[in-house]
Design a binder for this molecule. Structure first.
Ligand SMILES: *[C@@H]1O[C@H](CO)[C@@H](O)[C@H](O)[C@H]1NC(C)=O
Ligand SMILES: *[C@@H]1O[C@H](CO)[C@@H](O)[C@H](O)[C@H]1NC(C)=O
Ligand SMILES: *[C@@H]1O[C@H](CO)[C@@H](O)[C@H](O)[C@H]1NC(C)=O
Ligand SMILES: *[C@@H]1O[C@H](CO)[C@@H](O)[C@H](O)[C@H]1NC(C)=O
Ligand SMILES: [Fe+2]
Length: 467
């Protein structure tokens, strides 16, 4: 939580001081980046864009995507859509590209939304996979067959390196496409932790669900090859009583299956998976989370189950951020923070990733859990047991960037910048992870923000000697 101090040679002093005023606006808070993004309108790619092309062939599977199918990474859920007829829900798979000798049978579903009828949405879980192994798989059996591949995560263990990509609030604008391209050309990501708000179909009249299909085709180029771990955002709710659509999350629940049962959850909006040396908890900002709610009871039971000797890294995903200093969605995460934050400190969560705000921000390790109604202690304070909070809802959807920030920068905010981008959380071993945030406007590998994460449970030697 160091204060920023700048030593400037005399003659340059006044000039530099002016420049720096634009960068550092308060000695309380951290850095507000001076990078000013060229302001352009964020517009969706038109329906006839290359990225939305329907694969050729009769009843060809489209919108192929995968996610981890169990807690430990020996199962994968394969999903796709066929448009002409149901066709087969079978997946053929194997480790030899030319000999897919294993098979599993899935199921399909479909739904209506106002005057839209979905295609046949297939989900097939393939189980008993070997760890750290490349599998090839084929879907569309009997009609047009399409082949893909993925690599299973290594067996869970304390020093297993694993690299996550972080993407949030993606949408389907030209900027979304640039973000995804940057993520792909930053080739270390083995799985995506997606912090909610997928297609933004609900910004179209009658929530035109055709935009759920185009989104599925757009992300296939990554989501068919590595697991995307899904978090539900407000753009997944699709609750529109005026047109008779009163079942929340209908398109999302039909299209994006997650392995919630394997972590004892009763709904696909909160659950957990283990990957490499990380235990990833996904929370639901838009499902009940108050005391006695199913999510509360689940989380209360989940935290003690996290075994830091097997999965040292404890990561939480949610959509609405708790620590956000933009004038957008300000304090929307507050009620959940009040209920859960003390657990995050008690169980030493390493990092919390959230979306919702269309900009980038990273906090210091702070907590705000001392308040008890009468003691007046209601300010965030530095806390070595607290997580770092990262807002990464800046992948580039049509709503555009959040640019208006609260001033001065609050003391909990370490770095903030209004730009599109993605991040990489690169776990090296039980003590170290290297984190980088990549803005869209730079060359692919440039990091605009970075930090070494030292594990909260296994203290790194560097940190111990710092204290
Ligand atoms: C659904 O209804 C809207 C508004 O009446 C119309 O513009 C749209 O073309 C309809 N779509 C279908 C698939 O019928
Ligand atoms: C999206 O990005 C890909 C990869 O860079 C590119 O080939 C494609 O033309 C882009 N499409 C649009 C509509 O921008
Ligand atoms: C930024 O947000 C504040 C608080 O909502 C508002 O008062 C102010 O007018 C906004 N500034 C701009 C430039 O929109
Ligand atoms: C963990 O990784 C960091 C960064 O790569 C390295 O400096 C450190 O020596 C590693 N620790 C062990 C015990 O290997
Ligand atoms: Fe959102």
């Amino acid at each position: 939580m160091g204060r920023w101090r700048w030593r400037v040679p005399r003659p340059l002093g006044p000039l530099l001081a002016l420049v720096l005023m634009g960068i550092v606006n308060s000695c309380d808070g951290g850095l507000t980046s001076s990078f000013v993004r060229k302001v352009e309108k964020t517009i969706d790619m038109p329906l006839d864009s290359d990225v939305f092309r329907v694969p050729p062939g009769y009843n060809a599977p489209q919108q192929v995507h995968i996610t981890q199918g169990d807690q430990d990474g020996t199962a994968m859920i394969i999903s796709w859509v066929t448009e002409d007829e149901p066709g087969s829900s079978k997946v053929l798979y194997g480790t030899d590209e030319d000999k897919l000798d294993l098979s599993a049978e899935g199921k399909y579903t479909r739904y209506k939304f106002y005057n839209y009828t979905s295609g046949y949405i297939h989900h097939c879980e393939i189980k008993n996979l070997k760890h750290d192994t490349k599998y090839y798989y084929a879907v569309g059996i009997g009609h047009t067959v399409r082949k893909f591949w993925f690599t299973t995560p290594p067996e869970v263990g304390p020093d297993v390196p694993y690299t996550f990509g972080l993407i949030g609030d993606l949408g389907q604008s030209y900027d979304s496409n640039i973000t995804l391209t940057h993520y792909e050309s930053n080739p270390r990501g083995q799985a995506v932790l997606f912090v909610g708000d997928l297609s933004y179909a609900d910004n179209y009249p009658f929530h035109d669900n055709v935009r759920w299909d185009t989104w599925g085709r757009f992300v296939e180029r990554s989501a068919a090859y590595q697991p995307w771990i899904w978090t539900a955002g407000n753009h997944e709710i699709d609750y529109v009583p005026d047109i008779g659509e009163t079942v929340p999350f209908k398109p999302y629940r039909h299209r994006y299956h997650v392995p919630y049962k394997s972590s004892g959850s009763i709904a696909p909006f909160w659950y957990s998976v283990k990957m490499g040396s990380a235990h990833v908890i996904v929370l639901a900002s838009y499902s009940a989370y108050g005391k006695y709610s199913p999510q509360y009871k689940w989380l209360e039971a989940e935290f003690p189950k996290v075994d830091r000797s097997k999965t040292p890294w404890l990561i939480v995903l949610m959509h609405a951020p708790w620590y956000n200093s933009y004038n957008y969605h300000y304090m929307e995460g507050e009620s959940m923070r009040v209920i859960y934050e003390s657990w995050f400190v008690k169980y030493k969560v390493d990092v919390v990733f959230a979306g919702h705000v269309h900009a980038y921000e990273r906090s210091y390790r702070v907590s705000n859990i001392a308040y008890n109604i009468v003691n007046g202690k209601c300010e965030p304070v530095p806390d070595e047991s607290a997580p770092v909070y990262i807002t990464i809802g800046d992948a580039g959807n049509l709503e555009g960037l959040a640019t208006n920030m609260t001033e001065p920068q609050p003391s909990y905010s370490a770095f903030r910048e209004s730009s599109f981008g993605h991040a990489i959380f690169d776990i090296k071993n039980r003590t170290h992870a290297y984190y980088t945030w990549h803005r869209n406007q730079d060359g692919n590998a440039v990091a605009a923000d970075s930090m070494w994460f030292y594990n909260r449970y296994w203290k790194a030697a560097e940190e111990i000697s710092d204290m």
